[in-house]
Design a binder for this molecule. Structure first.
Ligand SMILES: Cc1cc2nc3c(=O)[nH]c(=O)nc-3n(C[C@H](O)[C@H](O)[C@H](O)COP(=O)(O)OP(=O)(O)OC[C@H]3O[C@@H](n4cnc5c(N)ncnc54)[C@H](O)[C@@H]3O)c2cc1C
Length: 261
Protein backbone atom coordinates (compact mmCIF):
# COMPACT_ATOMS: atom_id res chain seq x y z
CA UNK A 1 0.00 0.00 0.00
CA UNK A 2 1.12 3.53 -0.75
CA UNK A 3 2.99 5.42 2.01
CA UNK A 4 0.88 8.53 2.68
CA UNK A 5 3.07 11.44 3.70
CA UNK A 6 1.55 14.77 4.76
CA UNK A 7 3.93 17.74 4.99
CA UNK A 8 2.72 20.79 6.93
CA UNK A 9 3.92 23.96 5.25
CA UNK A 10 3.36 27.47 6.55
CA UNK A 11 3.03 30.67 4.52
CA UNK A 12 4.88 33.32 6.48
CA UNK A 13 5.45 37.07 6.12
CA UNK A 14 8.81 37.79 4.46
CA UNK A 15 11.22 38.47 7.35
CA UNK A 16 13.08 41.01 5.22
CA UNK A 17 9.89 43.09 4.85
CA UNK A 18 8.64 45.79 7.21
CA UNK A 19 6.17 43.90 9.41
CA UNK A 20 3.42 45.47 11.54
CA UNK A 21 0.56 44.56 13.84
CA UNK A 22 -2.97 45.38 12.69
CA UNK A 23 -5.35 47.33 14.97
CA UNK A 24 -6.54 44.13 16.70
CA UNK A 25 -2.87 43.22 17.44
CA UNK A 26 -2.78 40.33 14.98
CA UNK A 27 -0.06 40.30 12.34
CA UNK A 28 -0.95 42.57 9.42
CA UNK A 29 -0.65 40.01 6.63
CA UNK A 30 -1.93 42.34 3.90
CA UNK A 31 0.94 44.72 4.51
CA UNK A 32 3.82 42.44 3.59
CA UNK A 33 4.70 39.80 0.98
CA UNK A 34 4.71 36.19 2.10
CA UNK A 35 6.50 32.96 1.18
CA UNK A 36 6.89 29.30 2.12
CA UNK A 37 8.62 29.18 5.52
CA UNK A 38 12.24 28.33 4.73
CA UNK A 39 12.33 25.75 7.53
CA UNK A 40 9.42 23.91 5.91
CA UNK A 41 11.43 23.54 2.69
CA UNK A 42 13.59 21.08 4.65
CA UNK A 43 10.44 19.11 5.57
CA UNK A 44 9.39 18.94 1.89
CA UNK A 45 12.90 17.82 0.93
CA UNK A 46 12.89 14.97 3.48
CA UNK A 47 9.45 13.86 2.28
CA UNK A 48 10.74 13.76 -1.32
CA UNK A 49 13.77 11.69 -0.32
CA UNK A 50 11.64 9.23 1.70
CA UNK A 51 9.22 8.93 -1.25
CA UNK A 52 12.13 8.31 -3.68
CA UNK A 53 13.33 5.43 -1.45
CA UNK A 54 9.83 3.94 -1.05
CA UNK A 55 8.17 1.55 -3.53
CA UNK A 56 5.04 3.64 -3.60
CA UNK A 57 4.45 6.94 -1.81
CA UNK A 58 2.25 9.99 -2.13
CA UNK A 59 3.13 13.41 -0.70
CA UNK A 60 0.37 15.85 0.25
CA UNK A 61 1.36 19.34 1.34
CA UNK A 62 -1.01 21.08 3.74
CA UNK A 63 -1.32 24.70 4.80
CA UNK A 64 -3.68 26.68 7.02
CA UNK A 65 -3.61 30.27 5.92
CA UNK A 66 -5.06 33.09 3.85
CA UNK A 67 -5.69 33.06 0.07
CA UNK A 68 -2.07 33.94 -0.70
CA UNK A 69 -0.90 30.83 1.20
CA UNK A 70 -1.49 28.98 -2.09
CA UNK A 71 1.93 30.37 -3.10
CA UNK A 72 3.55 28.21 -0.41
CA UNK A 73 1.68 25.15 -1.70
CA UNK A 74 2.72 25.87 -5.31
CA UNK A 75 6.37 26.10 -4.28
CA UNK A 76 6.16 22.74 -2.46
CA UNK A 77 4.36 21.20 -5.47
CA UNK A 78 7.02 22.56 -7.83
CA UNK A 79 9.69 20.93 -5.63
CA UNK A 80 7.93 17.60 -6.31
CA UNK A 81 5.01 17.03 -3.90
CA UNK A 82 2.00 15.32 -5.50
CA UNK A 83 -1.01 17.28 -4.26
CA UNK A 84 -2.01 20.03 -1.87
CA UNK A 85 -4.68 20.98 0.65
CA UNK A 86 -5.42 24.58 1.56
CA UNK A 87 -7.51 25.28 4.67
CA UNK A 88 -8.87 28.79 4.46
CA UNK A 89 -11.69 30.44 6.38
CA UNK A 90 -12.34 34.04 7.50
CA UNK A 91 -13.02 32.73 11.02
CA UNK A 92 -9.38 31.60 11.31
CA UNK A 93 -8.31 35.22 11.84
CA UNK A 94 -6.37 35.39 15.13
CA UNK A 95 -5.97 31.61 15.57
CA UNK A 96 -3.09 30.71 17.92
CA UNK A 97 -0.84 27.62 17.97
CA UNK A 98 -3.47 25.50 19.78
CA UNK A 99 -6.10 26.43 17.18
CA UNK A 100 -3.71 25.96 14.27
CA UNK A 101 -2.82 22.46 15.52
CA UNK A 102 -6.52 21.62 15.87
CA UNK A 103 -7.25 22.65 12.27
CA UNK A 104 -4.14 20.89 10.93
CA UNK A 105 -4.95 17.68 12.87
CA UNK A 106 -8.53 17.57 11.55
CA UNK A 107 -7.28 18.13 8.00
CA UNK A 108 -4.59 15.43 8.36
CA UNK A 109 -7.19 12.96 9.68
CA UNK A 110 -9.50 13.77 6.77
CA UNK A 111 -6.68 13.43 4.22
CA UNK A 112 -5.41 10.16 5.74
CA UNK A 113 -1.76 9.69 6.70
CA UNK A 114 1.03 7.33 7.66
CA UNK A 115 3.69 9.97 8.30
CA UNK A 116 3.41 13.70 9.04
CA UNK A 117 6.55 15.78 8.47
CA UNK A 118 6.78 19.32 9.86
CA UNK A 119 9.48 21.93 10.05
CA UNK A 120 11.27 22.43 13.38
CA UNK A 121 9.56 25.85 13.75
CA UNK A 122 7.99 28.46 11.55
CA UNK A 123 10.15 31.44 10.67
CA UNK A 124 7.55 33.91 11.99
CA UNK A 125 5.93 32.46 15.14
CA UNK A 126 9.00 30.24 15.88
CA UNK A 127 7.19 28.50 18.74
CA UNK A 128 8.24 25.01 17.65
CA UNK A 129 5.19 23.49 19.35
CA UNK A 130 2.90 22.54 16.49
CA UNK A 131 4.47 19.10 15.71
CA UNK A 132 4.10 17.97 19.34
CA UNK A 133 0.54 19.32 19.52
CA UNK A 134 -0.26 17.48 16.28
CA UNK A 135 1.05 14.16 17.61
CA UNK A 136 -1.02 14.56 20.77
CA UNK A 137 -4.16 15.45 18.86
CA UNK A 138 -3.67 12.61 16.36
CA UNK A 139 -2.80 10.12 19.14
CA UNK A 140 0.41 8.98 17.44
CA UNK A 141 4.12 8.99 18.44
CA UNK A 142 6.26 12.07 17.80
CA UNK A 143 9.96 12.11 16.91
CA UNK A 144 11.02 15.73 16.73
CA UNK A 145 14.04 17.84 15.75
CA UNK A 146 15.61 15.24 13.46
CA UNK A 147 18.67 15.97 11.35
CA UNK A 148 18.34 12.63 9.53
CA UNK A 149 15.18 10.63 8.82
CA UNK A 150 14.28 7.42 7.00
CA UNK A 151 11.36 4.99 6.78
CA UNK A 152 11.55 1.22 6.53
CA UNK A 153 9.07 -1.60 7.25
CA UNK A 154 6.50 0.64 8.92
CA UNK A 155 9.05 2.32 11.20
CA UNK A 156 10.45 5.84 11.04
CA UNK A 157 14.03 6.25 12.26
CA UNK A 158 15.78 9.53 12.88
CA UNK A 159 18.85 11.15 14.41
CA UNK A 160 18.54 14.02 16.85
CA UNK A 161 21.79 15.91 17.44
CA UNK A 162 22.29 17.51 20.84
CA UNK A 163 25.22 19.55 22.18
CA UNK A 164 26.80 16.55 23.87
CA UNK A 165 25.42 13.52 22.04
CA UNK A 166 23.37 12.28 19.10
CA UNK A 167 20.37 10.04 19.71
CA UNK A 168 18.85 7.57 17.25
CA UNK A 169 15.10 7.44 17.70
CA UNK A 170 12.43 5.19 16.23
CA UNK A 171 8.66 5.16 16.12
CA UNK A 172 6.15 2.90 14.46
CA UNK A 173 3.91 4.49 11.84
CA UNK A 174 1.63 6.37 11.86
CA UNK A 175 3.78 9.09 13.43
CA UNK A 176 4.68 12.78 13.38
CA UNK A 177 8.26 13.94 12.85
CA UNK A 178 9.86 17.37 12.62
CA UNK A 179 13.14 18.03 10.83
CA UNK A 180 15.81 20.65 11.39
CA UNK A 181 17.78 22.86 9.00
CA UNK A 182 20.63 20.31 9.34
CA UNK A 183 18.62 17.59 7.58
CA UNK A 184 19.95 18.43 4.10
CA UNK A 185 19.66 21.30 1.61
CA UNK A 186 16.24 21.66 0.05
CA UNK A 187 16.22 21.29 -3.73
CA UNK A 188 15.35 24.20 -6.03
CA UNK A 189 12.25 23.70 -8.15
CA UNK A 190 13.26 22.91 -11.75
CA UNK A 191 11.51 24.56 -14.73
CA UNK A 192 9.81 21.21 -15.40
CA UNK A 193 8.73 21.06 -11.75
CA UNK A 194 7.27 24.57 -11.88
CA UNK A 195 5.28 23.74 -15.02
CA UNK A 196 4.09 20.39 -13.61
CA UNK A 197 2.95 22.08 -10.37
CA UNK A 198 0.39 24.14 -12.29
CA UNK A 199 -1.52 20.95 -13.10
CA UNK A 200 -1.33 19.30 -9.66
CA UNK A 201 -4.53 19.20 -7.59
CA UNK A 202 -5.05 21.78 -4.81
CA UNK A 203 -8.10 21.12 -2.63
CA UNK A 204 -9.65 23.95 -0.60
CA UNK A 205 -11.36 23.19 2.71
CA UNK A 206 -13.04 25.49 5.18
CA UNK A 207 -13.97 24.96 8.84
CA UNK A 208 -17.26 23.24 8.02
CA UNK A 209 -15.39 20.66 5.91
CA UNK A 210 -13.48 19.80 9.09
CA UNK A 211 -16.53 19.80 11.42
CA UNK A 212 -15.10 22.77 13.31
CA UNK A 213 -17.06 25.69 14.76
CA UNK A 214 -15.85 29.28 14.46
CA UNK A 215 -15.55 29.69 18.26
CA UNK A 216 -13.07 26.76 18.48
CA UNK A 217 -10.50 28.79 16.51
CA UNK A 218 -9.79 32.47 15.78
CA UNK A 219 -9.29 35.08 18.49
CA UNK A 220 -12.31 33.72 20.37
CA UNK A 221 -10.83 30.23 20.71
CA UNK A 222 -7.23 31.40 21.28
CA UNK A 223 -5.39 30.50 24.48
CA UNK A 224 -2.76 33.17 23.72
CA UNK A 225 -3.40 36.74 22.62
CA UNK A 226 -1.16 39.76 22.16
CA UNK A 227 -2.08 42.25 24.93
CA UNK A 228 -0.05 45.20 23.72
CA UNK A 229 2.61 46.06 21.20
CA UNK A 230 4.78 49.12 20.67
CA UNK A 231 7.05 50.23 17.83
CA UNK A 232 10.70 49.63 18.58
CA UNK A 233 12.34 53.02 19.33
CA UNK A 234 14.35 54.38 16.39
CA UNK A 235 18.09 53.71 16.61
CA UNK A 236 20.04 56.56 18.17
CA UNK A 237 23.21 57.86 16.53
CA UNK A 238 25.40 56.18 19.17
CA UNK A 239 28.41 57.63 20.98
CA UNK A 240 31.55 58.59 19.08
CA UNK A 241 34.76 58.59 21.06
CA UNK A 242 37.47 60.75 19.47
CA UNK A 243 40.89 59.58 20.55
CA UNK A 244 42.88 62.60 21.56
CA UNK A 245 45.05 60.71 23.99
CA UNK A 246 42.24 59.72 26.40
CA UNK A 247 40.29 57.41 23.99
CA UNK A 248 40.95 54.19 25.88
CA UNK A 249 39.89 55.71 29.18
CA UNK A 250 36.72 57.13 27.66
CA UNK A 251 35.86 53.75 26.08
CA UNK A 252 36.36 51.98 29.40
CA UNK A 253 34.17 54.56 31.15
CA UNK A 254 31.47 54.13 28.51
CA UNK A 255 31.49 50.33 28.83
CA UNK A 256 31.46 50.54 32.65
CA UNK A 257 28.55 53.00 32.46
CA UNK A 258 26.61 50.46 30.35
CA UNK A 259 27.61 47.71 32.83
CA UNK A 260 29.46 45.74 30.12
CA UNK A 261 32.57 45.66 32.33
C1 LIG B 1 -5.04 33.10 9.07
C2 LIG B 1 -4.22 32.96 10.33
C3 LIG B 1 -4.27 33.97 11.30
C4 LIG B 1 -3.51 33.86 12.46
N1 LIG B 1 -3.54 34.84 13.41
C5 LIG B 1 -2.83 34.71 14.56
C6 LIG B 1 -2.85 35.68 15.60
O1 LIG B 1 -3.50 36.70 15.48
N2 LIG B 1 -2.14 35.46 16.74
C7 LIG B 1 -1.41 34.32 16.91
O2 LIG B 1 -0.79 34.13 17.98
N3 LIG B 1 -1.34 33.38 15.95
C8 LIG B 1 -2.02 33.56 14.78
N4 LIG B 1 -2.00 32.59 13.80
C9 LIG B 1 -1.29 31.36 14.05
C10 LIG B 1 0.17 31.53 13.90
O3 LIG B 1 0.53 32.22 12.74
C11 LIG B 1 0.86 30.17 13.92
O4 LIG B 1 0.47 29.39 12.81
C12 LIG B 1 0.58 29.36 15.11
O5 LIG B 1 0.57 30.13 16.25
C13 LIG B 1 1.66 28.28 15.21
O6 LIG B 1 2.80 28.85 15.75
P1 LIG B 1 4.19 28.80 15.02
O7 LIG B 1 4.06 29.37 13.66
O8 LIG B 1 5.17 29.43 15.95
O9 LIG B 1 4.39 27.23 14.87
P2 LIG B 1 5.64 26.32 15.09
O10 LIG B 1 5.29 25.37 16.17
O11 LIG B 1 6.90 27.11 15.19
O12 LIG B 1 5.61 25.58 13.67
C14 LIG B 1 6.25 24.32 13.50
C15 LIG B 1 5.79 23.71 12.22
O13 LIG B 1 4.39 23.50 12.25
C16 LIG B 1 3.85 23.68 10.94
N5 LIG B 1 2.90 24.82 10.93
C17 LIG B 1 2.76 25.82 11.82
N6 LIG B 1 1.76 26.64 11.45
C18 LIG B 1 1.26 26.17 10.29
C19 LIG B 1 0.22 26.57 9.38
N7 LIG B 1 -0.52 27.64 9.62
N8 LIG B 1 0.00 25.80 8.28
C20 LIG B 1 0.75 24.70 8.02
N9 LIG B 1 1.74 24.27 8.84
C21 LIG B 1 1.99 24.98 9.94
C22 LIG B 1 5.02 23.95 10.01
O14 LIG B 1 5.50 22.72 9.51
C23 LIG B 1 6.04 24.55 10.97
O15 LIG B 1 7.38 24.43 10.52
C24 LIG B 1 -2.71 32.71 12.64
C25 LIG B 1 -2.66 31.71 11.67
C26 LIG B 1 -3.40 31.82 10.52
C27 LIG B 1 -3.33 30.71 9.52
Amino acid sequence: MSLRIVVTVKYVPDATGDRHFADDLTVDRDDVDGLLSELDEYAVEQALQIAEDADDAEITVLTVGPEDAKDALRKALSMGADKAIHVEDDDLHGTDAMGTSLVLARAIEKAGFDLVISGMASTDGTMGVVPALLAERLGVPQVTLLSEVSVEDGTVTGRRDGDAASETLQASLPAVVSVTDQSGEARYPSFKGIMAAKKKPVESWDLSDLDLEAEEVGLEGAYTVVDSAAERPARTAGTIVKDEGEGGKQLAEFLAGQKFI
